[in-house]
Write a protein of this length. Structure first.
Lengths: 107, 154
């Protein structure tokens, strides 16, 4: 039985922010490290790889959020509130550091 | 026209930062009296962020290439290779967090310590990273400027 005071959408989309942010940061490394394959492919999907990247993020974020909101009998992910806040903020910050670190070293 | 688009991007970005700051301060004093205002300002912050994304994204995709070429020939190549590359990709994650803000605001913030804490963390991160990206934008503009300036004493 969950004792959380947060609604299912907050729990689900919070976790979705963390997961999607990190996946997005890893996609940055993957596409910039594979210009002839992945980056080239992303440029064929839309006029610019950045648009493809943004669309990918948005679809993943919404899909994950909607799926996770239905988990745990409709209560959202079974995570302690404090842990959920840490995971959301930590995931977002980690993605920022991964991206900045990659371009700091690569640039 | 292209400069107007760029200025509009900076303007909506600043309005987003202001709205996120407003949400942070209002949440510190959350009560039944200001709950609707917190929710409205959260939606405004998300709306401004999306507007910033579309305006800046249009400018980046359509108009940035010549400026990038100038920057890469100038002395501040890092303004593109680090600041622009980081900015354009961190922005995508910021967009998700900004979209999340009105979702957190649907909770009972005055009576839920967890919801209040989540609102404070979310709005604070939006504020701080928003400021960082705003500063990165200024450095990118300076990168183009120094590339176009005649060499001093040359």
């Amino acid at each position: 039985m969950s004792t959380s005071t947060l609604n299912a959408q907050t729990r689900a989309f919070g976790l979705s922010v963390a997961i999607t942010s990190i996946v997005s940061a890893l996609l940055v490394i993957a596409k910039e490290s594979n210009e002839d394959t992945l980056l080239k492919f992303m440029k064929t999907v839309t006029p610019h790889h950045w648009i493809t990247h943004g669309l990918f993020n948005l679809i993943l974020f919404v899909a994950l959020g909607l799926i996770l909101a239905k988990s745990n009998n409709g209560q959202g992910p079974a995570l302690d509130d404090d842990k959920l806040i840490n995971v959301t903020a930590g995931g977002f910050l980690l993605s920022c550091f991964i991206i900045a670190g990659f371009f700091l070293i690569g640039g | 026209m292209t400069l107007a688009i760029l200025l509009l991007h900076a303007l909506t970005g600043m309005l987003f930062i202001l709205a996120a700051g407003f949400v942070f301060v209002d949440t510190l004093n959350a009560s039944a009296a200001n709950l609707e205002r917190i929710r409205s300002m959260s939606r405004l912050a998300a709306g401004m962020l999306w507007l910033t994304y579309f305006i800046g994204g249009y400018w980046y995709v359509v108009n940035y290439a010549p400026e990038k070429a100038f920057i890469l020939k100038g002395p501040w190549t890092f303004s593109h290779s680090f600041f622009m590359e980081t900015k354009e990709h961190v922005f995508l994650a910021l967009l998700l967090l900004g979209t999340f803000l009105p979702i957190v605001a649907t909770n009972d913030i005055p009576n839920s310590p967890a919801a209040r804490k989540f609102m404070l963390w979310t709005s604070a991160l939006l504020l701080l990273v928003g400021f960082g990206l705003d500063g990165a934008g200024a450095i990118i503009s300076l990168g183009a400027k120094v590339a176009l300036l005649p060499a001093v004493g040359g």
